[in-house]
Design a protein around this ligand. Structure first.
Ligand code: FDA
Length: 394
């Protein structure tokens, strides 16, 4: 049996950050992970360049049943703190749109920083080591893995959510929470592409790969101004991924296909200047041609000369193009989702230390808890912030 002050389950973003922080406090820390590499989700994130934080991260960018829960951790370890860490390590990075920061070279740089920090802090990282059982003992917790048994005073669950089972996602964190009597909120895939009903799939079949700027709005009234992308399975792109976190089965989403153009104004201009030309001609100046052709072919829009369009038809076009409704069939699920919505109920945890109120010495951090960030580096920022808050206390 191996003794360690702190045992962390999960060598992902939250677990490694927590381990290094606790190690610097002089604790003996061991991290166990079933994978053969640390930080496997970090490595595939952001298309391999890891969108490691968002400069504008604030509690408003998170979904959680208790919207105040994330405030403390985010304010104590902010995006700026993580940026200082990567700068201390001399890691080159760049800004993209909407406050998102990405690695210049690749996501391995972030894993290297975390592993270097763990090494400097004296943390042991044990890979290919799957956790099988956890028991409470008089000194803390006994954790059995496929490789060894560990006795620890503090046990940190950083085992992530259910997305990408191929990368070692398991429900172990939820099971441990339930074992100690903590409430676990229902989980679903989020930041995930939509699939379409057969009729829409066939209709938009030829559009795969086409992307366009939009404003997408959920039934609950949440909006994102970003691109949508047609795929061979349905719809994706940042606006769709964002809205998927706010979508419930059976609901439509409303898409403003012309976020920066008023169709009424444009028709008025064309009535003055190109009144003989066709509506199709005009629409092809502001929307992808193939998309316009499909709308005409399926009689969603009837093509005619601009000077033939009645005022009622202008109103219809405005309603149709600025409030285009699509009813997804479902989502692609955990297989391709970026995150898991729901998880360990934050009411069960201290927002300062992430310790379970009902189980002394048991902590939950990162994606396993009911905190889900928007797309754009917010999920990693929560992993860093919760990891540091817990590492200072465990
Ligand atoms: P994480 O999942 O990273 O780590 C959990 C670890 O626990 C894993 O290494 C797993 O092997 C281990 N584990 C699970 N069960 C175990 C068991 N029984 N025994 C031992 N070990 C076990 N976010 C963002 O902010 N910016 C981005 O660019 C992206 N991009 C992105 C792309 C894709 C494709 C995905 C799937 C996700 C993202 N994300 C993202 C989300 C981000 O990756 C995610 O929120 C964090 O990795 C969560 O960090 P955690 O440390 O909580 O879990």
């Amino acid at each position: 049996m191996q003794q360690t002050d702190v045992l962390v389950i999960g060598a992902g973003a939250a677990g490694l950050m927590c381990a290094a922080t606790a190690g610097y406090r002089g604790k003996s820390v061991t991290v166990v992970d079933m994978g053969k590499k640390p930080g496997r989700k970090i490595l595939i994130s952001g298309g391999g360049r890891c969108n490691f934080t968002n400069e504008n991260a604030s509690p408003d960018n998170y979904l959680c049943q208790n919207p105040h829960f994330v405030k403390s951790a985010l304010s104590r370890y902010s995006a700026q703190d993580f940026i200082e860490l990567v700068e201390r390590h001399g890691m080159p990075y760049h800004h993209k749109t909407l406050g998102q920061l990405f690695c210049d070279n690749g996501a391995q740089d972030i894993v290297d920083i975390l592993m270097t920090e763990c090494e400097w802090a004296g943390v042991q990282v044990k890979l290919r080591n799957e956790v099988l059982t956890v028991e409470q003992t008089s000194e803390g917790y006994l954790v059995r893995t496929t490789d060894a048994s560990y006795q620890c005073t503090s046990l940190v669950i950083a085992s992530g959510g259910l997305t990408m089972p191929k990368l070692g996602a398991t429900p172990i964190g939820y099971k441990i929470a339930e074992q100690f009597g903590l409430n676990v909120l229902p989980t679903t895939a989020a930041l995930v592409p939509f699939t379409l009903h057969d009729h829409d799939k066939q209709k938009f079949d030829g559009l795969s790969g086409i992307s366009l700027p939009t404003i997408v709005t959920s039934e609950s009234g949440v909006s994102f101004k970003e691109n949508i992308l047609f795929t061979h399975r349905g719809m994706s792109g940042p606006a769709i991924l964002q809205i998927s976190s706010f979508w419930q089965a059976g609901q439509p989403v409303t898409i403003n296909l012309l976020p920066d153009t008023s169709i009424e104004t444009l028709i008025a201009q064309w009535r003055d200047q190109h009144s003989q030309k066709s509506l199709k001609n005009m629409l092809c100046t502001i929307l992808p041609k193939r998309f316009v052709e499909i709308l005409i072919q399926h009689k969603d829009i009837s093509d005619k000369a601009i000077n033939q369009i009645s005022n009622a038809e202008v109103s219809y076009l405005s309603q149709y193009l600025h409030h285009w409704q699509i009813k997804p069939n479902g989502t692609e699920g955990y297989r391709t989702a970026e995150v898991t919505l729901g998880g360990v109920d934050t009411d069960e945890l201290s927002s300062k230390t992430f310790e379970a109120k009902k189980a002394k010495g048991l902590f939950f951090i990162g994606e396993v808890i009911d905190v889900t960030g928007w797309l754009g580096g917010y999920n990693f920022q929560f992993a860093w912030s919760s990891g540091v808050a817990c590492g200072q206390a465990c």
